[in-house]
Write a protein that binds this ligand. Structure first.
Ligand SMILES: [Zn+2]
Length: 386
């Protein structure tokens, strides 16, 4: 482990904490607290009461049950002349609320949304307003009146989406109280739109992460058959560039290691169009996991700040999803053969730190108790006198 001395590398610094969470429909609004270091003083990632890191706890969220509760509540609203009740939405997403209270907000699209100036559009709006009033014989000065403060923002597309970034105008209410701004859906209040069961940031992040974790586990087990099935359904084009060019970066992936057959004429390796024995499925799976982690970290950045008067280099995290992928990176680097299991008690994944690890540290006492109860019951069933 000598090459993993933390004092030699720029560690990712911190992620936000939350002091208050309000759920309105499928939007989760946060009152942010102080940013918190990702790790404790022993270098261990922050954990929940079951001893689970964010990746484990996230995939352990009862996704279907939460959306079932949401749909039940929404159906109860149909036809009734009642206002939405944030308490009921919060109840539907209660495990998710507890998750963000423990690990911080998701920040799904925070890294791709930026406030920008659009002076020309502001000038034209003001001029138009003054001209239309002047036509009615009224001499107006200043900008058109507005209930809130209009601001412009630039939103970059999600990774892998073909759309262009766009600039739009949103209304913010900096002079109002936090609760009131949440009620009005003020976009300047930090929030996440989790979306619906089938589509939206939560569903997509979960789908991609599950697919990546499954491949990482199959790589650890060297299971070619599982890998072949998992790679077939992984959300990525099944074409790999194996042209022979000089390596541009130490981080560039060399997909040629996955091709055991002839070099394809067009330089594109299509593992599902050649005989399966001509594919190194473990190498291909390992490359896909690493590529996915790298893509998820694209929006992080390195910066220099001041710690008191000392310049300090650190790595700015853009969302909790990045933290989760960092945890996967660390797992496959430190325990490449241990794989990812499922906890016998809570059912969430375990990034195994021992072979055959069956429970999260916080689940182990309850898991053992349940097991010995079951064993006693089995014994008493075969020994009627017991
Ligand atoms: Zn557990």
């Amino acid at each position: 482990m000598d090459d993993y001395r933390e004092d030699r590398i720029a560690l990712p610094e911190s992620w936000h904490s939350v002091t208050e969470v309000v759920v309105r429909r499928t939007s989760v609004y946060y009152h942010l607290g102080f940013p918190r270091p990702l790790r404790d003083l022993d270098g261990r990632y922050h954990r929940d009461e079951r001893g689970r890191v964010a990746l484990e706890a996230f995939l352990g969220l009862p996704f279907e049950a939460m959306f079932d509760r949401l749909e039940t509540y929404r159906r109860s609203l149909i036809g009734g002349n009642v206002e939405d009740d944030p308490a009921r939405y919060r109840d539907a997403f209660r495990e998710l609320v507890s998750f963000v209270e423990t690990f911080g907000p998701f920040g799904f699209d925070w890294g791709r949304t930026h406030q920008v100036l659009n002076l020309e559009a502001d000038r034209l709006a003001k001029e138009n307003w003054q001209l239309s009033l002047a036509a009615a014989g009224i001499d107006a000065t200043g900008a058109p009146p507005s209930v809130g403060t209009p601001i412009w923002r630039l939103v970059f597309p999600e990774l892998g989406q073909p759309f262009l970034g766009q600039v739009d105008q949103v209304m913010t209410y900096p002079e109002l109280a936090w609760d009131e701004r949440v009620r009005l859906g003020d976009p300047r209040i930090p929030h996440d739109d989790v979306g619906m069961r089938e589509a939206g940031p939560l569903a997509f992040v979960r789908r991609d992460l599950l697919a990546t974790v499954r491949i990482a586990d199959a790589v650890a087990r060297r299971d070619r058959f599982d890998l072949r099935d998992l790679i077939r359904t992984f959300p990525r084009a099944r074409v790999f560039d194996v042209r022979d060019y000089p390596t541009r970066s130490a981080l560039a992936l060399d997909w040629r290691t996955a091709n055991l057959g002839m070099s394809p004429v067009d330089g594109m390796f299509r593992p599902f169009e050649v005989h399966e024995a001509q594919v190194d499925w473990v190498a291909l799976g390992r490359g896909i996991v690493v590529e996915q982690i790298s893509l998820q970290l694209l929006r992080t950045s390195i910066g220099v700040g001041l710690a008191g008067v000392v310049p300090a280099l650190a790595w700015r995290i853009g969302s909790l999803v990045e933290v989760i992928y960092l945890q996967l990176y660390e797992h496959i680097r430190q325990h490449p053969d241990f794989g990812i299991g499922a906890c016998d008690f809570c059912g969430a994944p375990i990034l195994r730190v021992r072979r055959q690890q069956r429970w999260h540290s916080g689940c182990a006492p309850a898991g053992r108790q349940r097991e010995s109860r079951a064993a006693r019951k089995a014994r008493s069933a075969v020994e009627p006198d017991a």
